[in-house]
Design a protein around this ligand. Structure first.
Ligand SMILES: NC(=O)c1ccc[n+]([C@@H]2O[C@H](COP(=O)([O-])OP(=O)(O)OC[C@H]3O[C@@H](n4cnc5c(N)ncnc54)[C@H](OP(=O)(O)O)[C@@H]3O)[C@@H](O)[C@H]2O)c1
Length: 269
């Protein structure tokens, strides 16, 4: 009989992480649903086991990896993350710290522990959730883009390090997805937006709110994560369809050609 595989997903209370937890459980995996608020998780599938995990807190990460259920880890999805839409000039340094803490440093610490478990077991898959904004810069997302570019470079580097140990590292790159992400990223009323940026900033917020209907569903990104976890390949990047278009544009137009198109699309020229 085939052994049940075990996956740990970070940030499962909403959005992509939540959808991924449901999908893997429905496909017969043991799902450890990491969350800062495990007691508040609303999971439909009975096989989903909530697990306290705050990637921002080293002692929480230590406690999580001391849990015997994590010993047999086949796959980890570093999904927890958030965005912040603000002109860079107005982005307080402490907000940049918070973004890097969760999206980069927390992800790195969880990866370090997972890599150790998987290397010792002689197999495993680490999936890091990046973004289309890990491939291109977008106005008013400078701090967030920096975190996702960091995730891309980090993941590519460790993919080389871990391959000899039969540990796969994969990057999933969602583009706009209908989740809590946008409400959280646009929740900037507490922050000052300088007058010189105001009209472009507000236009961007409105355009995003309108464009939201065309976004992918969290379930469709979960399906991409599932493919990355199960295809057995050494493929590195798994873009959502819109992210794939950016990569195709870069191949066809070259870096500078794509940059020109993006300047037009982002309204910066
Ligand atoms: N939605 C998009 O358009 C989009 C596009 C590209 C990439 N992404 C990426 O996809 C991943 C999942 O986001 P999502 O769209 O599913 O958004 P979401 O609905 O806001 O879910 C993100 C989850 O991450 C955890 N989280 C949020 N803020 C956190 C913080 N400050 N510290 C620690 N954990 C935090 C939360 O889980 P717990 O409360 O359970 O801990 C939350 O449920 C993120 O890495 C995001 O950057 C999203």
């Amino acid at each position: 009989m085939e052994m049940k595989r075990t996956i740990l997903i970070t940030g499962t209370s909403t959005g992509i992480g939540h959808a991924a937890a449901e999908l893997f459980a429905s496909r017969g995996w043991n799902v450890l649903a990491g969350s800062r608020h495990p007691q508040e998780l609303h999971c439909n599938h009975p096989a989903i086991q909530p697990l306290a995990l705050d990637p921002n807190d080293t002692s929480s990460v230590n406690r999580c990896f001391a849990d015997p259920r994590v010993r047999d880890l086949d796959c980890i999805v570093n999904n927890a993350g958030f965005g912040l839409l603000l002109p860079f000039e107005d982005t307080p340094p402490e907000e940049i710290d918070r973004l890097f803490q969760t999206n980069v440093f927390g992800l790195m610490e969880v990866t370090r522990r997972a890599a150790r478990v998987m290397r010792q077991r002689g197999e495993g898959t680490i999936i890091n959730i990046s973004s289309v904004l890990g491939r291109i810069g977008a106005p008013f997302y400078a701090a967030y883009c920096s975190t996702k570019f960091a995730v891309e470079g980090f993941s590519e580097a460790i993919a080389h390090e871990l391959r000899p140990f039969n540990v796969h590292v994969k990057i999933v790159e969602p583009s706009g997805t209908r989740t809590e992400f946008h409400h959280r990223a646009y929740d900037t009323d507490r922050c000052h937006v300088s007058g010189v940026y105001h009209s472009r900033y507000e236009a961007k917020k409105i355009a995003h709110a309108r464009g939201g209907g065309g976004y992918d569903s969290a379930e469709s990104i979960a399906a991409i994560i599932f493919r990355a976890a199960t295809d057995g390949s050494w493929r590195l990047r798994y873009p959502a369809p819109e992210t794939a278009k950016i990569s195709l544009g870069r191949r066809i137009l070259g870096d500078e050609g794509l940059w020109k198109v993006m300047c037009k699309r982002m309204g910066s020229m």
